[in-house]
Every structure is written in structure tokens, then in C-alpha cells.
Design a protein around this ligand. Structure first.
Ligand SMILES: NC(=O)c1ccc[n+]([C@@H]2O[C@H](COP(=O)([O-])OP(=O)(O)OC[C@H]3O[C@@H](n4cnc5c(N)ncnc54)[C@H](OP(=O)(O)O)[C@@H]3O)[C@@H](O)[C@H]2O)c1
Length: 326
């Protein structure tokens, strides 16, 4: 089987033995596997994969067809169309994973495109619904709205009947997000002053009930500044840095909740629960196209190096996906 492998901080295609499903696992013939920022960090040697997955084959999400069943699996059949999140190893022609962490793909979605769904939509759903308890009619602020996760947050929040303010450093991405239903667009400066930015966010969309922060760094202080009383802030990414100074009196005075989250480090039962929660609520929206992945580029497995460079360039709007069928 061919697999993307990390060799000296670069990517190569290598031949590997077919992975065999253990008890409770399925083997999946991968059609599509999305590329994520964590993969880019892993390539650079800065985000090793967790135990239990191949250490040098990246890839945290996939869609494909079940190709073999491990002992005791009764929930799936060979040929089932499934997608899921894994700790690593998805950017290959075959992978094995727990049957519990694979969900059936609703509707007629093609399997390559579906490979760009799980990581960003499960992250968005888990952050907004499970962590922040987002309710219909609330106001959501999301930073880096043109990112893979940002677009998922936007689509899901609109499907839930919320108002959305989105930020990006690129005006063209804001225009595209407005076409996708964004209510308020705020251009973020390259050098951010949190107080000024918080003021600008409130001026556009009012105080935020929920902030989904994919950027981190100084944005988090702005999140506390723009949040409504009893608002919830969820830190999902650290593109702008992992250390900040925060206005704690604001946190206390508004009785805010500050959450942090990662998917990758979760146990398999926790990953399975997150996927199930997403599919249980969002299946109809996936089937009718309310939630529709926006794809920047599809490249073959052999184009992984270019795919990672493209994502790291900050020039993308939506997902970069590897097609493992070519
Ligand atoms: N916690 C989790 O489980 C989890 C899961 C998935 C992803 N994430 C995180 O979520 C974030 C988004 O991931 P993604 O794959 O959706 O990203 P993506 O599609 O690659 O988009 C990222 C965008 O963020 C903006 N950006 C980059 N550096 C920035 C900076 N220093 N300040 C402000 N904006 C910046 C850029 O757009 P503009 O500059 O044009 O606005 C860039 O295109 C990442 O931090 C990722 O690590 C976390």
C-alpha cells in the first residue's frame, strides 16, 4: 500500500505492508484525506502523533470504503461508505481504525470531498455545541473565518440559526465568507491591538455570546473584550501564538467561560463520541448540502508536499484534500 511518509521534515510516498484490522477495528480503503495544520506541524517535527497510530504517516481525517473487518465488528460491512478522525495515518491508501470512530457518510457526497469533512466539522461542532453550549439565536464570533475550521463554524452556526461575525486578515476571504452567509465581516490588522479590535467587533455585530478562536495569541484578549455577559470563549488554535496576557477583571466581571480544546489527543471513545454527536445533529444538513465542504484544492497522495506548502502559505480558502485513489 502507498502511504505519505515523513522523512527528514519532508514528505515522500513509500510502500508499506497493508495494515490489518485488530479486534473491534475496520480496515478502510481511503478515497479522500484532508490536510490540516497539525500535519504541517508534524512534518516540521513539532507535533508527534499520539501512541497507537503510525509515527511517520500523517493524516488525521479520512473518507473511504470499509475493505475488511476485524474480529467482533458487527456494526459495519465491507463496502460501507465511512468517514472519521484518527490520531494519524490517514494519508495512505489503506488505514485501520476503531469501528466505533467511523461514521456512515450521509447522502450522495463524493468520497474524496468527504475526506475534508470530519476534522473541521467535528472540531467546529464540538467547540460550539459541546464546549460552549451554543443555542439558536446567539451571536458567534469566529476568527480566521476563511480557514477550513472557520468555514465549518460559519456554516454550522448559520444552520443552528445564529448570527455570525467573522474575521480574516485577507479582504477577499471576507467577501467569500459573506457569500456563504456571514452576517458581519471584520478585517483583522496584521498587528493586533486587542482593545481596539474588541471595540470594532462589538461595533459590527454586538457583544458575542460565543467566540470560536482559531488564532490565539493577542486575539484571546480581544475575545474577552468583545464577549457578552456570560459569554463563552473557546480557544481552538494558536496560529498567532500560545502565550498571552489576559484582562482577568473582564473575565470575572462578565462571568465568562474560557475553554480550550484539541481533538487529536483524545482517546478513541472520546473521538467516537465527538463524531457521533456531530453526525446525530448534522446528518440532515450534510445530506441536503446545508453543510458543504468548501474545497480549495485536491491533489494526489504524491502531491502531499505541495499540499502542505499550500496550506502553510495562508492563501487557501477552505480545504486542501489528498485524493488517495489516483
Ligand atoms: N483544537 C483542535 O482540535 C483543532 C482541530 C483542527 C484545527 N485546529 C486549529 O484551527 C486553526 C485553523 O485550522 P485550519 O486547518 O482550518 O486552517 P487553514 O485552513 O490552514 O487556515 C488558516 C488561516 O488562518 C489565518 N492565519 C494564519 N496565521 C494567522 C495569524 N498569525 N494571525 C491571524 N490569522 C492567521 C490565515 O488566513 P488569513 O490570514 O487570510 O485570515 C490562514 O489561511 C489552526 O490553528 C488549527 O491548528 C484545531
Amino acid at each position: 500500500v502507498r502511504a505519505v511518509t515523513i522523512v527528514d521534515q519532508a514528505l515522500e510516498l513509500a510502500e508499506r505492508p497493508d495494515p490489518q484490522p485488530g479486534p473491534g477495528e475496520v480496515q478502510v480503503r481511503v478515497h479522500g484525506a484532508g490536510v490540516n495544520r497539525a500535519d504541517v506541524l508534524q512534518r516540521a517535527g513539532r507535533y508527534p502523533s499520539p501512541p497507537g497510530v503510525p509515527a511517520d504517516i500523517p493524516g488525521m481525517e479520512f473518507a473511504g470504503e470499509v475493505s475488511a473487518l476485524g474480529e467482533g465488528v458487527t456494526t459495519h460491512a465491507v463496502g460501507d461508505r465511512v468517514f472519521g478522525i484518527v490520531g494519524g495515518g490517514a494519508q495512505a491508501e489503506l488505514l485501520t481504525t476503531s469501528a466505533d470512530a467511523c461514521a456512515p457518510i450521509p447522502g450522495e457526497l463524493d468520497l474524496v470531498t468527504a475526506g475534508g469533512i470530519p476534522e473541521v466539522y467535528v472540531t467546529a461542532h464540538d467547540a460550539m455545541r459541546t464546549r460552549a453550549g451554543l443555542q439558536a439565536g446567539e451571536h458567534v464570533v469566529v476568527h480566521a473565518v476563511g480557514s477550513g475550521v472557520g468555514i465549518a463554524v460559519l456554516q454550522l452556526a448559520k444552520a443552528l440559526g445564529c448570527t455570525v461575525t467573522g474575521t480574516a486578515r485577507t479582504a477577499e476571504k471576507l467577501d467569500r465568507a459573506l457569500e456563504l452567509g456571514l452576517d458581519h465581516a471584520v478585517l483583522a490588522p496584521r498587528e493586533l491591538d486587542p482593545d481596539t479590535f474588541a471595540f470594532e467587533l462589538i461595533e459590527h455585530g454586538g457583544p458575542a455570546d460565543v467566540v470560536i478562536d482559531l488564532v490565539g495569541g493577542p486575539y484571546v484578549a480581544a475575545d474577552l473584550g468583545c464577549a457578552a455577559v456570560r459569554g463563552r470563549v473557546v480557544v481552538v488554535g494558536t496560529l498567532a501564538g500560545g502565550r498571552v496576557e489576559l484582562p482577568l477583571l473582564g473575565l470575572m466581571g462578565k462571568r465568562l467561560e474560557l475553554h480550550g480544546t484539541v481533538l487529536r489527543a483524545r482517546t478513541i471513545p472520546e473521538k467516537a463520541a465527538a463524531i457521533r454527536a456531530f453526525v446525530d445533529e448534522c446528518e440532515p444538513w450534510l445530506a441536503d448540502g446545508t453543510l458543504r465542504p468548501v474545497v480549495e484544492r485536491v491533489l494526489p497522495l504524491g502531491g502531499a508536499q505541495a499540499a502542505y506548502d499550500l496550506l502553510a502559505s495562508d492563501a487557501t480558502f477552505g480545504k486542501v484534500i489528498l485524493d488517495a485513489t489516483g
